[in-house]
Design a protein around this ligand. Sequence first.
Ligand code: LLP
Length: 417
Amino acid sequence: MFDSNSFHYTGNTLSCEEVSLQELAGRYGTPLFVTSAKSLTESYLAFEHAFATLPHFTCYSVKANFNLSVIRTLAELGCGCDVNSGGELFRALKAGVKPEKIVFAGVGKKPEEIAYALESGVLMLKAESVSELRAIDRIAGELGRNATVAIRINPNVTAETHPYITTGDSKEKFGIDEAELEEVFELFGTLGNITLKGLDMHIGSQIFDTGFYVEATMKLLDIFNSAKDLGFCIEYLDIGGGFPVTYDPKKQATPIEHFAQKLIPLLAPAGVTVIFEPGRYLAANASVLLTRILYRKRNHTGKEFFVVDAAMTELIRPALYHSHHEILSVTRHDSTIRADVVGPVCESSDFFARHRELDAAEEGELFAVMSAGAYGAVMSSNYNGRLRPAEVLVSGSEAKLVRRRDTYDQLIQNEVF
Ligand code: LLP
């Protein structure tokens, strides 16, 4: 169910690859993110296999999970990176990704971030406005460089997903409108320090319907043809990320092959390198959030709660998007109970599941919140004075601590007091 067999029961205990989650919780404490290197690898290979016949280059969108070891695992397979800030660029470079395999995105890049990207020698910067193109040109000039840029198009396609993660619609802040493109193309004639080599889009995240990609790609291809007619030599078409994963077994994600079947025939004739930026597809099902049941309680209406030691501060997706995450008991039970799974944070939105049928686990036992690898740890916070959790990477029978848990001292280390 969850991306092959990386998380499975061995007897009655849930394991990650060959390591028992029970053992990991004992060794590293909870809450704990546990990531399977095998799952990351298999997802990447599945993606590459689907698009094998298309000249392309896959840039993992590190915003999904920017742990250095996660980035490195994918980079070692040949994957590049899509970064959205100076901080993500720093991480990708630290993880050993070559700058020429990095694309730099972002609707509001600061001058120092533009300079950092140019000095690092990234493959290209994706510009999202006329003002930004001017800024890139100015900074490149100051540095005595020429900047390779792509322009991010807003294709005005409203992909069906949670409204907070649809990005290709004209009412959103992202990209450059078709109506502005004439001005943009003219600008390249007047700015001497930038070269247009790519066209880019990203229509949103967790998109099930291939039709939205087809619609937006056709628009991108129209623009590609206009750019060619104007004499631009476009080498890259970047169609972004957004490919879906299964969070809820009752809502199976569209297989990646379906996207490939629709997109390859459209894109191949362009004769360019296609860039993909999957984040969730590679990372989501590679990790679980392991949490211990602190208390069970039942209120006067008979409603049952599992109060666990993880919270919205570690995985905000249910609170923010009402997203579904499966919850498995690390030790299997024969009986079930309908309950809410809630964290210790003082917000009613601090829940992982509501009114869910779950194994009747006891206090002190462990739950695994599944599919927590994308937009989990990266969106964590210290709200309520909570310590960001530890992270472990499993490969076969080996488990390595890849992020230590925050300490109390770290909570105040930047304060001037
Ligand atoms: N490229 C760009 C320019 C993006 O903005 C994003 C995601 C991606 C690629 C990767 O998209 P993916 O393949 O992961 O769908 N926090 C939300 C998701 C926000 C996505 C932001 N942009 C969530 O937890 O669902």
